[in-house]
Design a protein around this ligand. Structure first.
Ligand SMILES: *[C@@H]1O[C@H](CO)[C@@H](O)[C@H](O)[C@H]1NC(C)=O
Ligand SMILES: *[C@@H]1O[C@H](CO)[C@@H](O)[C@H](O)[C@H]1NC(C)=O
Ligand SMILES: *[C@@H]1O[C@H](CO)[C@@H](O)[C@H](O)[C@H]1NC(C)=O
Ligand SMILES: *[C@@H]1O[C@H](CO)[C@@H](O)[C@H](O)[C@H]1NC(C)=O
Ligand SMILES: *[C@@H]1O[C@H](CO)[C@@H](O)[C@H](O)[C@H]1NC(C)=O
Ligand SMILES: *[C@@H]1O[C@H](CO)[C@@H](O)[C@H](O)[C@H]1NC(C)=O
Ligand SMILES: *[C@@H]1O[C@H](CO)[C@@H](O)[C@H](O)[C@H]1NC(C)=O
Ligand SMILES: *[C@@H]1O[C@H](CO)[C@@H](O)[C@H](O)[C@H]1NC(C)=O
Ligand SMILES: *[C@@H]1O[C@H](CO)[C@@H](O)[C@H](O)[C@H]1NC(C)=O
Ligand SMILES: *[C@@H]1O[C@H](CO)[C@@H](O)[C@H](O)[C@H]1NC(C)=O
Ligand SMILES: *[C@@H]1O[C@H](CO)[C@@H](O)[C@H](O)[C@H]1NC(C)=O
Ligand SMILES: *[C@@H]1O[C@H](CO)[C@@H](O)[C@H](O)[C@H]1NC(C)=O
Length: 642
């Protein structure tokens, strides 16, 4: 094994003495084993009592750091056949372990193992002659053969899609530090992941060992929260608490491995023009030069790009989970409003903000959803009403059947299978006509009622601008000016356009009106469109609309300057109605790329909306659809399906 570096960090503390003492702290080591780089944490997890071992003398004359495989043979004897099965199991279930870790073998067994060195194994120790100071799970470790210290092996991966700000590792004090490690020649951020062999999920810890990236608007103890702004990142010290939403995932066993990039202050930015402070992450699908949507861009692209990552947390105020899920071709949800507490998370508009999670597989998505949204009830029966709003699907969909080879044809085939699974057929209806006929505004305002696009045209723009000005922009700009001789911080064009618009409004009046209009839509959608709840299936209906349709949005196109987000469309309904809106991959559509000049494919995904607080019914439905072969897990890279 080759040790590449020992990273030493000098910390300077202010004190009362004239000269401060030099303090050295180790950020761990980077080790190369075969062609694979590993991060070795500075703190050992256990120590071997080598003094008793007959092998101690030979160990001490050899290399200091030796890769070991720890094996649990508490069942009794351990021989070559047992070793062969351990090797096969490790190779199949873990990306961190490799046969290079067989240089040393440590066997936990009451009896001495019936194995001798050979086949690359140089050292065999067992608990019968070499006690270990603490019980540790089986798997790959690095052992210091002089001190007996045992270190976990975390594999390093490079962030080729530039999805992250930095990798995160535990700081040993309940918080995190930025990973201080590099892979030679990678020229990107590195991320360290622990061996999967260290963890076994249980009912109490269903996320044990799950590797999760977190959008950089959630506070993590020991780390700064940057919110996509360089000035904001440097303005405030590292956080002293981990927000409750992420703590819940950690309590369930999750391993937080990276902070993911967000568009600035979680406002919607399009690659690349809008991304001034940080470069936009790369959506891996198709030619690799498509916009990754926003604002949970780093979270969405990372799940589409990295098979070594299991989940990524994002947030959705006006589409920030659903957009990235759609164009990156992964599972991603906007949950019911209030599903997770958003204390110590940067707000856009607290009335609309929500915390969601990306995954590549409906069944693992369900595991995370059931754990994270702990206050919701689980349901295993599903609605028999499929609402199909014709105005959202577009007139081309209504040609019977949709033209082969189109996104509409893929949607139609998927919905037909869903109809079969739920033993029902879709209810086609026109949302615009229904509003005109059943709006609560008919009684209070006018008959016919003002159209939805009038009632909700500025609601989102008003709420996010007014809330974010008072909760984020004003305090931040004041703090920045106070510490920068009156200078103002740089703000990206998109948040700046929104805040500038917000500053023209009468805040009290417009906010009250926006909340009123939001509530009108919410009540109408929940009660009249979704038709309430029931005890068996939670929601009386499922409401479907197209999320992404395989269209290109090249990241090298120049854009018009940003304007406030006015307007009304189907994807804004869940924002106001507080309902879950969950994105599920359906297929992929070919296109002729102007980048690669070859035929590539882009994601086609569908959105499922159901009644508020019925999120776990939808998670269960998608898992059941995956079992039935109607929904498929996706893979990472250019194509969604292998
Ligand atoms: C190891 O040696 C120590 C004394 O050096 C002794 O107390 C202990 O029992 C020994 N352990 C084993 C497993 O032999
Ligand atoms: C080495 O590997 C071979 C093939 O797997 C096996 O038959 C043999 O027993 C091994 N030898 C040792 C010393 O473990
Ligand atoms: C944590 O940080 C907050 C905000 O900076 C501060 O008000 C609080 O006193 C800190 N708490 C501790 C325990 O240091
Ligand atoms: C869910 O319930 C737990 C335990 O009762 C509570 O601490 C938490 O605040 C609740 N979360 C939400 C989002 O209401
Ligand atoms: C829905 O109804 C509106 C208003 O009547 C109409 O303009 C629109 O064409 C309808 N959409 C579809 C797809 O039928
Ligand atoms: C499907 O629904 C029809 C009526 O809507 C019913 O007669 C039939 O039994 C149902 N089939 C299943 C498998 O539930
Ligand atoms: C709206 O409803 C009124 C009746 O209340 C009707 O006259 C009008 O045609 C409807 N408009 C649309 C677009 O459906
Ligand atoms: C939406 O509001 C903007 C800003 O006030 C306005 O320019 C636009 O015409 C409005 N659109 C509709 C459909 O009302
Ligand atoms: C709220 O809805 C009313 C119609 O009921 C409309 O006149 C008003 O412009 C809307 N206000 C906002 C802020 O969207
Ligand atoms: C804002 O609107 C409120 C309510 O209509 C009004 O009382 C107040 O004077 C307005 N403020 C400004 C600065 O116009
Ligand atoms: C609404 O739900 C009730 C049961 O809660 C049902 O009887 C009724 O038929 C449903 N209406 C529609 C339009 O589906
Ligand atoms: C894709 O477009 C390029 C450039 O316009 C063209 O040369 C090529 O023939 C096209 N490929 C297909 C399969 O249409």
């Amino acid at each position: 094994m080759q040790l590449l570096s020992t990273v030493l960090v000098a910390l300077v503390f202010s004190g009362t003495r004239l000269a401060d003492a030099l303090q050295i702290s180790s950020a761990g080591m980077t080790a190369l084993l075969g062609s694979v780089a590993y991060h070795v944490a500075p703190t050992p997890v256990a120590t071997l009592s080598l003094s008793n071992s007959s092998e101690a003398a030979s160990l001490k004359s050899g290399e200091t750091f030796v890769p070991f495989t720890f094996v649990d043979a508490s069942g009794g004897s351990f021989g070559p056949g047992d070793l062969a099965s351990v090797v096969a199991k490790n190779a199949a279930s873990d990306d961190v372990w490799s046969p290079n870790f067989l240089t040393g073998l440590y066997i936990s067994s009451a009896a001495a193992p019936s194995l001798s060195p050979g086949n690359g194994t140089e050292i065999i120790l067992s608990s019968s002659d070499t006690p270990l100071s603490a019980s540790i799970p089986p798997g790959p470790y690095i052992v210091n053969t002089v001190t007996g210290n045992v270190f976990e092996a975390w594999r390093l991966y490079s962030d080729e899609n530039q999805a992250f700000l930095y990798g995160t590792v535990p700081d040993g004090e309940g918080g995190f530090t930025e990973l201080d490690a590099n892979i030679d020649g990678a020229a990107t951020v590195s991320v360290a992941v622990p061996s999967r062999l260290y963890f076994t999920p249980t009912a109490e810890k269903p996320l044990a060992g799950a590797r999760i990236a977190v959008k950089d608007i959630y506070d993590l103890q020991g780390l700064r929260t940057g919110c996509g702004s360089r000035a904001y990142f440097h303005q405030y010290p590292p956080k002293n608490t981990t927000c409750p939403a992420i703590q819940r995932l950690i309590d369930g066993g999750a391993i937080i491995v990276a902070k993911a990039k967000t568009s600035q202050f979680a406002n919607g930015e399009t690659a690349t023009d809008d991304w001034v402070d940080y470069h936009a992450p790369y959506n891996p699908r198709g030619d690799g030069y498509q916009d990754g949507s926003s604002s949970s861009t780093g979270s969405g692209t990372s799940i589409a790009a990295y098979s070594w990552l299991d989940y990524a947390v994002g947030s959705d105020t006006g589409g920030s989970m659903r957009g990235p899920a759609g164009v990156n071709g992964v599972f991603g949800n906007r949950p019911s409003h209030g599903a997770v507490p958003l204390t110590d998370v940067m707000p856009l508009a607290p009335e609309l903000d929500s915390g969601g999670i990306f995954a590549r597989d409906a069944k693992s998505w369900q595991v995370a959803g059931n754990w994270w949204y702990q206050n919701f009830t689980q349901f295993n029966k599903y609605p028999s009403t499929i609402l199909f709003p014709v105005d959202a699907w577009g007139s081309s969909f209504l040609t019977d059947p949709p033209k082969a080879g189109t996104a509409d044809a893929m949607f139609n085939t998927f919905i037909q299978k869903l109809e079969g699974f739920l033993n029902t057929s879709r209810t086609e209806f026109n949302l615009t006509t229904m509003w005109n006929a059943t709006s609560p505004l008919i009684a209070n305002v006018s008959n016919p009622p003002p159209p939805l696009r009038t009632v909700l045209n500025t609601t989102y723009a008003d709420l996010i601008a007014l809330d974010q000005i008072s909760l984020v922009a004003d305090p931040f700009i004041a703090d920045y000016k106070a510490s920068h001789a009156g200078q103002s911080p740089f703000i990206d064009p998109v948040p700046l356009a929104r805040w500038t618009y917000g500053r023209t409004l009468n805040a009290t009046e417009r906010k009250a009106e926006a909340i009123t209009n939001k509530t009108v839509l919410m009540n109408w959608f929940q009660n009249t469109v979704l038709n309430g709840t029931n005890d068996e299936t939670c929601s009386n209906a499922i409401f479907l609309y197209p999320q992404s349709s395989g269209k290109t949005n090249y990241r090298n196109a120049y854009l018009d300057p940003p304007t406030p987000p006015f307007g009304f469309s189907t994807d804004t309904i869940a924002i106001y109605a507080e309902t879950p809106d969950m994105v599920v991959p359906v297929g992929e559509l070919p296109y002729n790329s102007t980048i690669s000049l070859t035929i590539e494919t882009l994601p086609v995904t569908i959105s499922f909306v159901a009644q508020k607080n019925c999120d776990l019914m939808l998670f269960s439905l998608f898992a059941a659809l995956q079992d039935a072969g109607i929904v498929s897990p996706v893979v990472t890279g250019q194509k969604m399906f292998a």
